[in-house]
Design a protein. Structure first.
Lengths: 222, 222
DNA sequence: TTTGAAAGTGTATTTAGCACACGAAGTATC
DNA sequence: GATACTTCGTGTGCTAAATACACTTTCAAA
């Protein structure tokens, strides 16, 4: 069996929660509409799963120290049996008939610092709204959906939201991020009480600049 | 790469939380002490991961409808490189040098109803205390440990405890189960309030029999 | 009838969850 | 320099959940 790692890369642009997709290279001979997919690759011979996930990310961007978390193994024997999926496999895989198990990871990146690598192994990359994802290759729609559920869960349990924000952020930005990930409105005062109680962030001696209203205090992760 | 599923089977005997181990068959030619392992097997060609896990369980016991949950993929390239592990692989695997990725599942069985199958594919089976596990084959100690952490987590979130108890149980049994899994004392009155509020169990019109004290009310899952 | 052993139950206190509104601090415009 | 605009930052009361805590009841056995 082939084993791959697929990475659902989340980013936040202060307005929407995004997922990074790459356009799958197409066989020159076929002229189908290209498909998009979540970045992923086969696990190499001497590589752990975590290492494979890290490598895949680093082939897309030069960021280091990115938050990465394994969340589920997808092993349905037919997960790779779509028509386009098969054509793609026949062109780009040594053993196109081989079953592919994939280990899903999700990753949180600071969109502000994200620069796609010029010579990336794959095709063009796109950020798309997590709530408006087009039809993807393989079972990647399911993978993204499950990643989002796991992210929600972990956001509430471990308050990892700041991984998606710049080093310095305001509590309003953080709240908006929570609202978008959890897909519900939160009360400002209660949100602040809760976040400050968890002590995952710390106030800086610094204020927001260049805004046309009262500048907010900046925070960073503790 | 080979892909296997390993099943951490939990059982509860009213006193301790147990894990099912099987004694690995040993090559006739070698005379090492046998190793124990968690039940597991390679995933077959046309089988999903969940199906593989179910099959492994059914090769050990004839119980149906057993609670099963995927919890983690273990993919370190060296997870299978111990001396005894290698000997075992060379004897019983077609491709002993091939790397093995395993998907960890845990499973909750009613120990009272558990009967090991006579002609089980594997060696003898044992139940051992989860808090006193001997040294196991491969990375199975790590797998069991992680399974326990996940079980704790899910017990609190989803109140699945009764999966480990007979059809009819008392709240004291359930409480003891929680105390052992979570490894801490709970207050009786608060525990009852909480469990009854979650409405995952329902009171029967029936009482415990054959005990030498006030008989307790029986409950079953709702 | 007494003893032993677990069952079953209520209250008071503390803590977390939730709803809710207004003055303060900046920038831009006239 | 007054006004308008925008977001920031804050506190209180209410309700629900979490925790601590001890005595009476019910049965079987001796």
């Amino acid at each position: 069996m082939d084993v791959s790692v697929d990475c659902v890369v989340f980013g936040f642009d202060n307005d929407t929660l995004k997922v990074l997709l790459i356009e799958q290279k197409q066989p020159d001979t076929v002229h189908l509409k290209t498909q998009n997919a979540v970045p992923g690759d086969l696990v190499l011979d001497n590589e752990s799963l975590d290492e494979a996930a890290k490598r895949i990310l680093q082939e897309l961007t030069s960021l280091k120290g990115i938050y990465l978390k394994q969340f589920h193994a997808f092993g349905d024997p037919n997960r790779v049996r779509g028509l386009k999926d098969q054509q793609w496999l026949r062109t780009f895989r040594v053993n196109p008939e081989r079953r592919v198990l994939t280990i899903g990871y999700y990753s949180l990146v600071k969109l502000s610092e994200f620069k796609p690598k010029a010579a990336s192994f794959a095709g063009k990359t796109y950020w798309v709204d997590v709530y408006n994802i087009p039809s993807l290759a393989f079972d990647h729609n399911e993978i993204v959906h499950k990643a989002l559920l796991m992210l929600r869960h972990e956001l509430m349990a471990d308050h990892i939201g700041f991984e998606l924000l710049p080093e310095k952020f305001t509590l309003s930005q953080l709240q908006k991020l929570y609202e978008i990930i959890l897909d519900k409105k939160l009360d400002k005062r209660n949100f602040r009480k809760n976040i400050l109680r968890t002590e995952t962030v710390t106030a800086l001696e610094e204020k927001q600049q260049g805004v046309l209203h009262k500048p907010a205090q900046l925070f960073s992760k503790k």
